[in-house]
Each structure stands twice: as structure tokens, then as C-alpha cells.
Design a protein around this ligand. Structure first.
Ligand code: WT7
Length: 635
């Protein structure tokens, strides 16, 4: 018997030890007992980190939507699968039952097939947080198409880059979206993106805001009339365990975004098993993750993990501040939410508001609180614990990544004693280790180093779409035979992990992972700019904000600097998206560089963070004099 649901600490250690001693048996028992297969696997695991090649449950046949929907129909057909809470609090919430979800997924799957989408084709999904978003993921999975969701806050440029990188055939979008008191013209953004995307044959448009939009003859169609005509039955495509399920882009420290490829069986088993244990989900609980499905958190812990467990998962269309800062707490009271999963940046923003916003709502339904996306600082942790959890609901600080597919280091609620700012212990099957700069494993406790994982887990990304070499270089080259996370961490005296942050050029702003390169490229597109470098600096709410150092060309020097700042941010909005705008821009004559021409970001980071006294050794720079100048003009 597998230990599918872990109930106390002793049991956690026992299960953990078993998962390390005999990973193959451990995972095959879970896979066998809790999922539906058309054929079982020939091999549980085959792996080689030097290639790298990772195969889980090879030879098995399945369809993830049968596991997420069909198998629940007999016992839970009338249970709410997706509970949709609209942006406007006066619009009714929608309860989509498993039975109805089955019909709607099948109808959309049939529409996709009618438009020539087949197994292995890529479909780009650019939708707001409305039910059609979750349904689109599942409809693709139903017929074996690979979904590539692009967060609907990204610009047309970011969208076209992602569409072209994986040659998507179709885009599913909406006329527009609601965001607080604003509406956003999504279809307009898609139209601009598609000027540059020859692979797109069709665009299906959800009518969300009833706006007058342009429909390009022969390419664009409203979705609803097509759904109305489509059959509610669609046989699931039988997939191989290692067939790609989706591509999801994440920023790298250099170059274009990386299309992380996740495959079917391992991803399903791992997200389902982590969901069950990290949130201690019980039948009839109502679970809410506030992330957008455009990020991995939404893929794994709004859609696949919860539905594989037959759970009720909430989708919220709006924002925490609309119509006021009590909206999250109002929704928790309204739907009697039992598990609530959000990001530190939201917690910090809400903790700043009048306490009445939280206290006037009945939050007594809450059993588990979750945090994800960046380190949670001590102050935010305590506010979350005291004001929202009333000191009785454990906080699960879950560390993981787009690349890991599922939660890796986390407390289990009511099992693992929590410790503020610590993600605590590895989930069963996960073998973390800390490495020093010489590539040696750091043994013992009370140490810090670079966080690596020594052994494969079922939901790890298998490659970067179209660029396996980059996958190898990014994750498997820094440390031999180990997956390198890009994060630093420390391990305390009892073996708890605390994630200290990125050790590469990725900056996490409001929980969004931003690479420096694409933002610098956007800045450099400005005709008055010669060169630029961006770094993060601490920010009360966002965690980190962006600070740009910009060298102007001669033509720029004579221009009004504030106008230039606005134009630079406008460029960033167009090329990357508004989340990547710079809070501060300092114009400078030079950037500190090493002899090999590399910008010394460490120095720029310290200056932007106003830690001027600890700049360290600057003698290896070719131009040490610029450091003084930058210090004197810091903003
Ligand atoms: C990076 C991954 C995985 C879902 C959302 C982010 C940081 C994530 C934590 C945490 C400290 C965290 C890491 C990681 N991060 N969770 N609980 N404590 N840092 O996914 O966009 O791929 O970003 O987010 O730096 O490497 P992502």
C-alpha cells in the first residue's frame, strides 16, 4: 500500500526514507493505486543527467483528462469542479460540475479537431482567468495537442516571440478582459502579435466583454457558436507517458524565454500527489489558489493537481484591490474556502491596508494557508499567520519552479512544524543538496550554498522546446550530475531549508520571474540609448523592484531626462509587459566592467540597494572610476 496521504511527522520521515531508498517502487505504487491507465509502464524510471535524459513510466498509456474528469463522473458528477468568481462582485459565481466540465472540454476538443488540430500540434492560449482558460488546457490535453499558455498580461511582442518559438497553429483568446475597474483589449494585442506569426492558421475568440473587435476573415471566429454545434462526446486520445503535455515559457538570465516542456504521466502523478499532501485536501473542501493559470502555479495547482484529486478548485478573475482591499477575504467568507494559496507580494500589499478589511470577514473556514513564488519575509509571514490564519492554520511556504513542475520543498500542514521564512523539508522523492563554488557537496547542517537536486522526480521538465543543448547548459552543467536550481539556500540545524534567492541574473518582481536580458534589449531599442544594465533592489511590496542604469548616446544627452524615462518604460511595456517597468532610472556615463567586458552587476546591485559601504573589490575593473560617479548620482 502506498502512503498517499501523510498524517504525522513520523510517517513523513518513514515515507521520505522509503522514497529515497527505493524510488521506483515508491512511485510505481502511487501511480498504480491512484490513477487510471490504458496500459501500465514497462520501466518506472530511466535517467542520465549527463545527456540529460529523464523518462518516467515509459511505455504507459493514458490520457490526463480521463484522470482529471472522466473517472470522477460516476461518483462526483454533480460536484463542483471549477468554481468561478468573476471580477465584478455583483456578477454571479459559476459552479461548473464535473459532468458539465466533461461536456465543455469535449465540445472545445471537437472544435479544435474541426480546425485541424491534431496530436502534437501546439496551441497558444492567451486568455484571462475565466473558465474557458482551464477548459482550453484540458481540451488540448483531451486530443493530445500541446498547450502553450501565455499570461494575458504579456505584451504583443512577448506573445509573438512565444508563438513563433514553438510554431503554434492556433490562438485561443478573448475579445478583452476585466481587471478591476479597467478593461483590457486582448484581441487588439493578439492582432498586433499575429502580424508577425506565420504559423497561426486560426484564432478562436471567447466573448467576455462584449466589445466590438475586428475579425480577420478566414482566420478569426467567435468561439461560442462553434461550441453550440459541437458534440459533447470526444474520445480521449491515448497518450504515451512521455508525450509532451504542455510548453510553458520562463525567463532565463540570458536571451529569449525558455519553453519548458512537461510530459504527461510523471507530471500528473507528481502534481496530484503533492496537491493532496501539501494542502491536506479532504472531500468537500473548497480550495483556492490566487495565481493566474498563465504561470506554472496555475497549471499545476489550479487545474491538474486539484482536478486529478476530484477537488473543487476556485478560479478568480479579478484583483485583490477591487472593489476594495477586502476582496480576497470576502471571497474566502463567501465560498467558505478551506485552503488558500497566494504569493508573498499579495500578502505584503494586503498587510499594508486597514486591518478591518480582513477582520470584518469570517475567515474561520480556513485550514491551510499557502505561499509561493519568492521568499516570504518574517513580517509578512507573521501577519498571514496571525491575522488570516488566527494562529491556527499552518502556513505552507512552498518552494518550487516552472522547471520542477510541482512543489519540491515545503512543510506538510499539521505534520511538519513550521518556521517563519523556511520552506522546511523536501517532499517525498526529492533529494536536495547544497553545493559550494568548487562544485563540492556541502555536508552537515547550518550551512549555505547553491541549491541542487541529486535525483530525478516525476514532474521535472524534460527539455527546452527546440533547444536541448540550452536545457543541458542551464540546469545540468554548473554541477556534475545534478540539477541546478539557480537559487541559493541555507540548511539549519535540523535540516530545514531556507531559500535565500536567485544567484543568477533573474530578478523576482512581485513574484514574477524576470530575466535581465530581454528588459535590457527593450531599453536598448530606444534610439537615444547606447547601453544599459538592470538590477533588483529591495521593495516593500514587490519584494524586488527594478533599477536601470542607462548610458545615453550623444543625441540623448540633450533631451529631457524625465521624458526619456517615460519612453524607456513605454518600450519595456511594449516589448516585455508592464510588470517589467523600471522603478528608477539613473543615467550614467559608464558601467563597471571586468577585463573580459562583463558588467559587474554585483556592484550595481549594491549601489541600487544603497549598500555603498560594502562594494567589495573593484580593482579588477577596467574602469573603477565610474563606480564613484554612479555612487554620487544614485537615485
Ligand atoms: C523561482 C521560480 C513555482 C511557482 C512560482 C514561481 C522563487 C518560488 C519560493 C519560495 C523562496 C521561491 C525561486 C525559484 N521561489 N517559490 N517558497 N521561497 N523562493 O515559479 O516563476 O519558475 O520562479 O521562484 O527563486 O527559483 P518561477
Amino acid at each position: 500500500m502506498s502512503n498517499y496521504s501523510i498524517k504525522h511527522l513520523e510517517e513523513y520521515y518513514q515515507v521520505y526514507r522509503k522514497s529515497i531508498r527505493d524510488p521506483e517502487n515508491f512511485w510505481s505504487e502511487i501511480a498504480e493505486e491512484h490513477f487510471m491507465w490504458h496500459k501500465k509502464w514497462d520501466n518506472v524510471l530511466r535517467w542520465d543527467f549527463s545527456k540529460p535524459e529523464i523518462k518516467w513510466f515509459e511505455g504507459a498509456k493514458l490520457n490526463i483528462t480521463e484522470n482529471c474528469i472522466d473517472r470522477h463522473l460516476a461518483t462526483k458528477g454533480d460536484k463542483t469542479a471549477i468554481l468561478f468568481e468573476p471580477n465584478n462582485p455583483n456578477e454571479d459565481a459559476q459552479h461548473i460540475t464535473y459532468k458539465r466540465l466533461h461536456e465543455r472540454v469535449n465540445q472545445l476538443a471537437n472544435v479544435l479537431k474541426d480546425h485541424g488540430i491534431k496530436k502534437g500540434d501546439r496551441v497558444c492560449i492567451y486568455l484571462p482567468m475565466i473558465p474557458e482558460l482551464a477548459i482550453s488546457l484540458l481540451a488540448c490535453a483531451r486530443i493530445g495537442a500541446i498547450h502553450s499558455v501565455v499570461f494575458a498580461g504579456f505584451s504583443s511582442n512577448a506573445l509573438s516571440t512565444r508563438i513563433n518559438d514553438s510554431d503554434c497553429k492556433m490562438v485561443i483568446t478573448a475579445d478583452g478582459s476585466y481587471r478591476g475597474s479597467k478593461t483590457i483589449d486582448l484581441k487588439g494585442i493578439v492582432d498586433v502579435a499575429l502580424e508577425d506569426c506565420p504559423s497561426i492558421k486560426n484564432v478562436l475568440v471567447v466573448n467576455r466583454i462584449n466589445s466590438k473587435i475586428e475579425m480577420k476573415e478566414g482566420r478569426d471566429q467567435w468561439l461560442q457558436p462553434l461550441l453550440d454545434k459541437a458534440s459533447k462526446e470526444c474520445k480521449a486520445e491515448i497518450m504515451d507517458a512521455e508525450d509532451p503535455l504542455f510548453i510553458l515559457y520562463t525567463s532565463g538570465s540570458t536571451g529569449k524565454p525558455k519553453g519548458m516542456v512537461h510530459t504527461t504521466a510523471g507530471y500528473m502523478v507528481y502534481t496530484a500527489y503533492t496537491f493532496k499532501n501539501v494542502f491536506q485536501y479532504r472531500e468537500n473542501d473548497v480550495y483556492w489558489c490566487t495565481a493566474d493559470i498563465g504561470w506554472i502555479t496555475g497549471h499545476s495547482y489550479i487545474v491538474y493537481g486539484p482536478l486529478a484529486n476530484g477537488a473543487t478548485t476556485v478560479m478568480f478573475e479579478g484583483i485583490p484591490s477591487y472593489p476594495d482591499f477586502g476582496r480576497f477575504w470576502e471571497i474566502i467568507a463567501k465560498h467558505k474556502i478551506n485552503q488558500f494559496y497566494t504569493a508573498p507580494t499579495a500578502i505584503r500589499a494586503l498587510a499594508k491596508q486597514n486591518i478591518d478589511f480582513a477582520e470584518k470577514h469570517d475567515l474561520s473556514s480556513i485550514k491551510v494557508l499557502g505561499s509561493v513564488g519568492e521568499p516570504i519575509n518574517e513580517e509578512a509571514w507573521h501577519w498571514y499567520n496571525d491575522i488570516i490564519g488566527k494562529k491556527k492554520s499552518p502556513i505552507v511556504d512552498t518552494w518550487w519552479q516552472t522547471e520542477t513542475g510541482g512543489i519540491m520543498i515545503t512543510p506538510l500542514p499539521y505534520v511538519t512544524p513550521t518556521k517563519p521564512t523556511y520552506a522546511t523539508l523536501p517532499f517525498p522523492g526529492i533529494q536536495p543538496t547544497l553545493m559550494d563554488e568548487n562544485g563540492q557537496e556541502i555536508k552537515g547542517n547550518q550551512v549555505d550554498g547553491r541549491l541542487c537536486i541529486k535525483f530525478p522526480w516525476p514532474s521535472m521538465a524534460r527539455t527546452i522546446w527546440g533547444n536541448h543543448q540550452r536545457y543541458k547548459d542551464t540546469y545540468f552543467t554548473a554541477f556534475k550530475d545534478k540539477y541546478f536550481t539557480g537559487d541559493g539556500a541555507l540548511r539549519d540545524e535540523v535540516g530545514y531549508y531556507r531559500i535565500t534567492g536567485r544567484v543568477d541574473d533573474v530578478i523576482i518582481v512581485s513574484g514574477h520571474n524576470l530575466g535581465t536580458a530581454p528588459i535590457e534589449d527593450a531599453i536598448n531599442e530606444h534610439p537615444a540609448v547606447a547601453e544599459s544594465a538592470i538590477v533588483g533592489f529591495p521593495h516593500d511590496i514587490k519584494g524586488n523592484a527594478l533599477y536601470g542604469y542607462v548610458i545615453l548616446k550623444e543625441t540623448g544627452e540633450s533631451r529631457d531626462h524625465n521624458n526619456l524615462r517615460n519612453e524607456i518604460n513605454q518600450n519595456i511595456t511594449e516589448h516585455v509587459g508592464p510588470i517589467a517597468k523600471l522603478d528608477k532610472i539613473q543615467f550614467t556615463k559608464g558601467l563597471p566592467k571586468t577585463r573580459s567586458g562583463k558588467i559587474m552587476r554585483r556592484i550595481l546591485r549594491k549601489i541600487a540597494s544603497r549598500e555603498m559601504d560594502s562594494l567589495g573589490d573593484t580593482s579588477t575593473l577596467v574602469n573603477p572610476e565610474v563606480v564613484e560617479d554612479i555612487k554620487n548620482n544614485v537615485i
